[in-house]
Write a protein that binds this ligand. Structure first.
Ligand SMILES: Cc1ncc(COP(=O)(O)O)c(C=O)c1O
Length: 487
């Protein structure tokens, strides 16, 4: 395929050149009516912020430029069919749930999933069986599920409609997806993969392989996270016969805007072109440079450690560095704040770790500045008293790996039931009526319908004490929470 072209972007350029009288939406009329001060930033983009006029195709019925751009993307990412998403991987996950589940259907879901997975299950009226993932012992971070655990779970719940995993995790730790694909396909069901953090995987030899390469049936990627599309621009890929494509397309049209942003869609088109024309080479070179810097740095650090996959069964995304304080009682949130004081803004932190995200083309100069900041941070930590490491409670994982959790009622039933707000201590033993989401990483600690244990409450308190916050909590300070009145 000819990856030098960008059919959707090209169509927008033709639209811009035509300079027709716009008698259609959007109301800014190609940028003519717009706030003067802001137009400095918006001017150029507004010229291609068009709508479904002749020549620009229609995301929800693509036959021309968008169809061609999606075909090129499918080729670049190794899919049979690719759908552009303008609502992030969030939209892709909502659509995935609604496509594979009818109300009441059971589905096996890795517990450390993003809230968009939970929300999709809620909207679909599905009955998830959660499966607890492994935990990486150095960082106490939840990773993926073991094939043997999956096999056992499918024996116990042979009626599930699909298996849904998240891989890699936010920290760049990955598992062998091929083995999970085999287990699912032997059972005749699809494997769905939330690969929001892995759009670059499989693109070059020195990054881990992608879920599509591993044979997954439906894969959602935030192209805006690890590749170069604009924020929110993402893709949903499918292959094989197990995903009903007409139903998927119909659902995507329900969960996404009927006026999808052309700049966002075009940014997917050019992100794909950039990747093929120069990005792959840049990515391969960046990884070599990062690995060298990381190895040298790791040897010099005394109080901090950088997570490495050596001696583990995990794959590691070389574009992510996970820093942990070895023995001082320093949280990831503190590490993040200190790094920021030194001019390096990290992606996210938890109670223990901080995550730095590099990109397809980070300059060596910026990487060196980061290395210097980390060394300065390490020196600062050397001044602190040494205290034994504590367990990271923050995690979502309050159960043994492989354990299956079947909520008493579905997320949807719980969502619609009568609820009341009570102090945290009173919530123990009751059923949650809200999602309790430490943010980041956005993985619900509790979902509607889940039984609240003392461990959950301790985890909430520890996250709060460490400086974390809870997105969308009914009580901002998380002193109280909603429980079901009649579960
Ligand atoms: C694992 C995971 N899945 C899905 C999403 C949602 O992605 P988006 O921001 O593209 O909607 C996120 C967001 O951070 C995520 O971490």
């Amino acid at each position: 395929m000819n990856h030098k072209i960008a059919p959707l972007y090209d169509a927008l350029c033709i639209y811009e050149r035509k300079q027709t009288v716009s008698l259609h939406v959007p109301g800014h009329k190609d940028g003519q009516a717009f706030d003067q001060q802001a137009s400095r930033h918006f001017r150029e983009i507004l010229k291609i912020d068009a709508t479904e006029v002749n020549g620009l195709d229609d995301l929800h019925h693509p036959t021309e430029a968008i169809a061609e751009a999606q075909r090129l993307a499918a080729d670049a990412f190794g899919a049979e069919q690719t759908y552009f998403l303008v609502g992030g991987s969030t939209a892709g996950n909502l659509a995935a749930a609604l496509t594979v589940c009818q109300p009441g259907d059971r589905i096996l879901v890795q517990r450390n999933a993003h809230k968009s997975v939970f929300n999709g299950l809620l909207l679909a009226g599905a009955h998830p069986i959660f499966i607890a993932p492994e935990v990486e012992p150095e960082t106490d971070v939840a990773t993926g599920i073991e094939p043997s655990h999956l096999r056992k779970a499918l024996q116990q719940y042979p009626d599930v409609k699909a298996v849904w995993i998240t891989n890699p995790n936010y920290y760049g730790m990955g598992i062998n997806v091929t083995k999970l694909v085999d287990v699912c396909h032997q059972a005749g069901i699809p494997l769905l993969v939330d690969e929001a953090h892995g759009a670059h995987l499989g693109q070059v030899a020195n990054v881990p392989c992608s879920a599509l390469e591993a044979g997954a049936d439906l894969v959602v990627q935030s192209t805006h996270k690890m590749l170069t599309a604009m924020t929110m621009a993402s893709m949903l890929h499918v292959q094989g016969p197990l995903i009903p494509r007409e139903r998927l397309a119909a659902i995507l049209a329900m969960v996404q805007s009927s006026s999808p942003s052309y700049p966002l869609m075009a940014s997917l088109d050019v992100a794909r072109r950039y990747l093929i024309m120069q990005g792959r080479e840049q990515l391969a070179n960046t990884v070599v440079m990062l690995e060298k810097q990381r190895e040298q740095l790791a040897e010099r650090l005394q109080c901090l450690s950088i997570w490495t996959d050596k001696g583990t069964t995990y794959s590691r995304d070389p574009l992510k560095w996970v820093l942990t304080s070895r023995h001082s009682p320093v949280t990831g949130y503190q590490l993040l704040a200190w790094l920021e004081d030194m001019g390096c803004v990290a992606e996210m932190a938890d109670t223990k770790n901080v995550v730095l995200v590099f990109a397809i083309h980070n300059s060596e100069d910026q990487v060196k500045r980061t290395v210097q900041a980390i060394q300065a941070l390490d020196a600062k930590l050397q001044q602190l008293p040494v205290v034994e490491k504590q367990k990271n409670d923050g995690s979502i994982l309050l159960t043994e790996p492989g354990q299956l959790i079947e909520p008493a009622i579905s997320l949807q039933e719980a969502f619609h039931q009568k609820k009341k707000q009570v102090p945290l201590a009173e919530a123990i033993g009751k059923y949650s009526a809200e999602m309790v989401i430490p943010y980041p990483p956005g993985i619900p600690l509790l979902a509607p319908g889940e039984k609240i244990t003392e461990t959950h409450i301790t985890a909430i308190q520890q996250i709060k004490a460490a400086g974390g916050y809870f997105q969308g909590a009914s009580d901002e300070g998380m002193e109280k929470m909603f429980i079901l009145v009649n579960p």
